[in-house]
Design a protein around this ligand. Structure first.
Ligand code: G3I
Ligand code: 9MR
Length: 608
């Protein structure tokens, strides 16, 4: 084989000649015989050919000025070509990096960088011996459809409202779960609300593929959506997915978040504590929401629920205050609710939600998601940060502060960093209570460690250095890593952080060892059988769009329920696009939220 041509060595005039010859050849013989030109690229790479699952890249596409890279697996060739799909013009020839072993996937990996390609268009990548990639586009606003769809997913998760065809298209459905008569479970009974009392707690989003709503998981999810508005008010205006409230002069992301916050407000008990969840006793079958008739309960109060509630209500109080005409009294109600929940938590600082223990004591048994957590320092720190900023009182941070410990990548059970992000955002306002130079220095160190992780991962993503990245819902680890990195860029204006965040976004949309673009309806190979009851029961082949699947999870906790089996035991490839796979292919509000954030903010960073 002839020596591959390096892209860097090709002058524009040579590229034009190459394009011309390439066109002639493909027209003459129906093949792209680039190897004749010394590229080393396969003659067998025809456009009619099926895309190779060994060429992995962001299947949605790239901003013109963004870093662009694909990853190829098992390639012997030294080079690759980027070809314009419509014309078969070769616009770039590049050299593959040396092969590296990745233990997380058990693969030999090489990278194909092509940032030089910046012209808007639709392209594909060709590699000798492997074939052709999925087509991808380079254009301005390329992530906007994903950002909008990922926000729209929350509309599809709404309870207590019919989804109209006007907004939901083929996924229109009758109202599910009015939740206007919810029983107080014996574990939640009080003098004010004895067992058997019914309360109304309508609205909110279905948590996931199941039909329950959980305060702890709602906290981080709602915070993250609100943060888009708080950090990027103008970007939030553009994030309009067409929902019933569109056009009410309030950004859709605030309207959508409010659907959940209204429910959360009803989860506060008369004493200020907050019920841990509103649930059926057990998971329902694969039926549509309106077909379920099992009873609903609110269960015991918990410290985590109270603090997550306090945090997000405090955040809501300062944001909805901007829209007091549209929502009179709302911000005040939220502030009062937040303070009452905080006071309850201070008096009950250590009440975990232990479902097993609860079931030993009370009937009926409840076996739905637990979101159980038994360490509350991080919840106290997050709530303290939100309350301090909203009320402008330093006393909250004297009780607990995010700075008590280093930031980490957030998750539903580990929310300290949400407090870090809020303090960073409002650092000028909290300077009397917080050492703001330590705040920014320590946060930057944290972000630098994440950036550094990329050098250990042959895919050059932040995601995947640690085996622990591949937890249940691992795709949210990648998305949350990206979200926290974007804060570092906002602090420093150093593009390295955006590039690292983008690498993880590319991971989610295809540059990963499974070869899937993990967002339903986006990318050529996206999940078709998510563990999502409406997607399964609605009789429509396409899943409800805009959902981030959970992603690789070597825990494979559902293996006993699943046929077919997982394709692999490697952490990065323990993924199964099958209905049975609730441990790798469910969808959840807390996984989608950082997807919306990152898609929207990358758009803003790249100049939408
Ligand atoms: O905390 C331990 C950690 O110490 C340990 O090192 C690690 C090793 O496996 O496990 C950690 O616990 C994990 C826990 O999540 C916290 O991350 C468990 O293994 C893991 O099984 C657990 O998964 C949770 C899953 O429910 C099962 O409880 C997911 O985070 C959570 O997202 C998921 O949430 C479900 C809801 O219950 C119901 N609705 C759907 C939703 C998504 O599947
Ligand atoms: O369908 C349930 C899913 O929404 C939950 O996240 C998951 C978490 O435990 O559980 C699923 O339900 C399964 C149950 O746990 C075990 N039996 C099979 C159920 C799925 O069909």
């Amino acid at each position: 084989m002839m020596k591959p041509v390096s892209s860097a060595s090709l002058a524009p005039s040579k590229l034009r000649v190459l394009r011309f010859v390439s066109n002639l050849l493909s027209k003459a013989v129906g093949l792209v015989v680039l190897s004749l030109l010394g590229s080393g690229v396969a003659p067998e790479a025809t456009r009619a050919q099926q895309a190779s699952d060994r060429i992995r890249l962001n299947q949605v596409g790239f901003y013109p000025d963004a870093k662009k890279v694909a990853v190829v697996v098992g390639a012997d060739a030294g080079s690759f070509a980027v070809v314009e799909t419509a014309t078969s013009d070769t616009v770039h020839l590049g050299t593959l990096s040396a092969a590296e072993q990745w233990d997380m996937s058990g693969e030999q990996v090489r990278r194909a960088p092509f940032s030089e390609v910046t012209a808007a268009g639709t392209y594909e990548l060709r590699v000798e011996g492997l074939g052709v990639s999925y087509p991808f586009t380079i254009e301005q606003n390329v992530f906007r459809p994903v950002a909008r769809a990922a926000l729209k997913a929350y509309y599809y998760q709404r309870m207590s409202i019919p989804l109209k065809e006007e907004y939901a298209g083929q996924w229109a459905r009758p109202m599910g779960h009015p939740d206007d008569e919810v029983q107080v479970h014996p574990s939640a009974a009080s003098e004010a609300r004895p067992e058997g009392t019914t309360i109304a707690a309508p609205k909110g989003w279905y948590d996931a593929g199941d039909y329950n709503k959980y305060v702890v998981n709602s906290g981080i999810s709602t915070y993250t959506l609100l943060a888009i508005y708080e950090h990027y008010p103008e970007g939030a205006e553009d994030l309009s997915p067409s929902i019933p409230e569109s056009g009410n002069d309030v950004p859709d992301v605030l309207d959508e978040a409010l659907w959940n916050l209204r429910w959360m407000l009803d989860m506060q008990a008369p004493d200020g504590g907050v019920y841990h969840k509103l649930t059926h006793p057990s998971f329902q079958g694969m039926v549509m929401p309106h077909e379920v008739s099992a009873p609903r309960y609110v269960v015991q109060k918990s410290t985590a629920a109270a603090l997550d509630f306090a945090a997000v209500m405090a955040q809501g109080a300062r944001l909805y205050d901007d829209y007091s005409d549209a929502f009179p009294g709302l911000a005040d109600s939220m502030r009062t609710a937040a303070l009452r929940a905080w006071t309850w938590a201070r008096a009950h600082p250590d009440v975990p939600y232990d479902q097993q223990a609860m079931n030993q004591q009370y009937d009926p048994d409840v076996v739905t998601g637990a979101y159980g957590d038994d360490t509350f320092a991080d919840e106290f720190a997050w709530a303290a940060a939100e309350l301090a900023v909203t009320t402008e009182a330093d006393s909250f941070l004297a009780v607990a502060s995010p700075l008590d410990r280093a930031p980490t990548v957030p998750s539903w059970g580990n929310v300290r960093t949400l407090g870090w992000m809020t303090l960073l955002e409002h650092r000028a306002d909290v300077a009397s209570a917080v050492d703001t130079s330590a705040l920014t220095r320590r946060y930057r160190r944290f972000a630098d460690e994440l950036v550094q992780a990329r050098t250990d991962v042959p895919y050059r993503t932040v995601m995947g250095r640690e085996r622990s990245d591949f937890a249940w819902g691992s795709n949210s680890v990648a998305a949350n890593q990206a979200m926290v990195l974007l804060q570092a860029e906002r602090l420093t204006h150093d593009p390295t952080y955006v590039q690292a965040a983008l690498a993880n976004f590319d991971y989610l949309l295809g540059r990963n060892a499974t070869g899937y673009s993990f967002v339903t309806g986006h990318g050529d190979r996206s999940p078709m059988r998510i563990h999502h009851r409406p997607s399964e029961a609605d009789g429509i082949t396409a899943p409800v769009p805009g959902f981030l699947a959970g992603g690789p999870n070597p825990g494979q906790q559902d293996a006993g329920h699943c046929d077919p089996a997982y394709p692999s035991d490697h952490p990065a490839t323990s993924y199964l696009d099958a209905l049975c796979s609730y441990a790798s292919n469910e969808v959840t509000i807390n996984w989608n939220a950082p997807l919306v954030y990152v898609a929207a903010v990358l758009g803003a960073e790249y100049g939408e």
